[in-house]
Each structure stands twice: as C-alpha cells, then as structure tokens.
Design a protein around this ligand. Structure first.
Ligand SMILES: [Fe+2]
Ligand SMILES: [Fe+2]
Length: 178
C-alpha cells in the first residue's frame, strides 16, 4: 500500500477500485462528478436508442461507438484525475509508487489518444444525424441530448484530456528531479 505523506485524504478515497459497465479497471478513483456525468449521458443515450425513427437509429450508431469509448476513458484517461485534488494540496508529496503508476497510466493514455479522438469524430457524426432527425421528428429531448454529449466531448478535449496528461508530465518531472 502507498504511503501518503502529508496527505489528509484517506486511502479509501484515493485508492479504491472503479468500475464502468463490466470493466474493473483501476486502483485510482475517477472523480465522482465525472463518473456521474458519464452514467447520466450513457443512460440517456441508451433510452434514446429505443426512441424509434431515424433519431433512434442514429442514437444506436452513436451508442455503438460511445460505449467502448467511455470504457476506454474510464480505463485510460480519467483515473489519473482522481489524484488531482490531493496533488494540489499545499505541501503535498507524491509517493514513488503512485508517481510511477501515474507515469505508466499517462503513457498508456497517450498511446490511446489518437484512436479516442477519432472516436469523438465518429460519435459526433452520429450525434449530428441524431439531432437533425430528432428536430424533424419533434423529439426535443434527443436534440438536447445530442448537444449535451457533444459538449461533453469538447470539454474532454479542451480540459480533461490535457489535465490528465499534465498529471503524467508532472509525475515525470518529479521523477527526473531525483
Ligand atoms: Fe466521456
Ligand atoms: Fe470522450
């Protein structure tokens, strides 16, 4: 077990396993707010796949990419963000085990990143079709959902993915200093 020097955070908070769908993936905890957002969007899209019409068909196409994509994010991108709060506390130190784990995770995420960005494009194309069809079919909640998932992907590309990579770079910089 890691020793967290100067950390007020209990082990159970920082180091418990996370699950999404069937995947049991990590010893770092994905921030609850992010996990909740994923579940909310996933459940809403799952309902949309049963909406019928062209909007429902487009939702099914979006879901075919989104499900494995979310699982990848929860495995490769988001767990590192669970260390963010603790790492930014005043006088926080990074235990070697956690530092090495973060570096490894960050490298794995970087290797997956091009494919994940490509998946965003595929999801976006399906969402465009879903939004257009939902407008035609007067399914306002599906129009809104398409926009929410698109905003989620943009937020990831602009904030969450870079923040996750930055944590890896920070861990690497600390390792190089030794
Ligand atoms: Fe996501
Ligand atoms: Fe994403």
């Amino acid at each position: 077990m890691f020793k967290l020097v100067n950390y007020a955070l209990p082990f159970a908070v920082l180091f418990s396993s996370v699950t999404f769908g069937h995947a049991q993936t990590s010893s770092l905890t994905i921030p609850k707010a992010l996990q909740a957002e994923h579940h909310e969007l996933f459940d809403a899209l799952e309902s949309a796949t049963k909406a019928g019409g062209k909007a429902g068909e487009a939702a099914q196409r979006a879901m075919a990419v989104l499900k494995p994509h979310f699982e990848k994010e929860e495995r490769f991108a988001l767990p590192q963000l669970g260390a963010l709060e603790a790492l930014t506390k005043k006088d926080a130190t990074l235990p070697n085990d956690l530092r090495d784990d973060l570096i490894k995770r960050s490298e794995a995420f970087r290797a997956q990143l091009p494919a994940m960005l490509e998946e965003h494009k595929q999801i976006s194309a399906a969402l465009h079709a879903m939004r257009d069809a939902a407008k035609q079919e007067k399914k306002d909640d599906l129009v809104e959902l398409a926009e929410m998932i698109a905003a989620h992907a943009a937020m990831e590309e602009q904030v969450l993915y870079p923040a996750s990579l930055l944590i890896g770079e920070y861990a690497k910089a600390l390792a190089d200093r030794k």
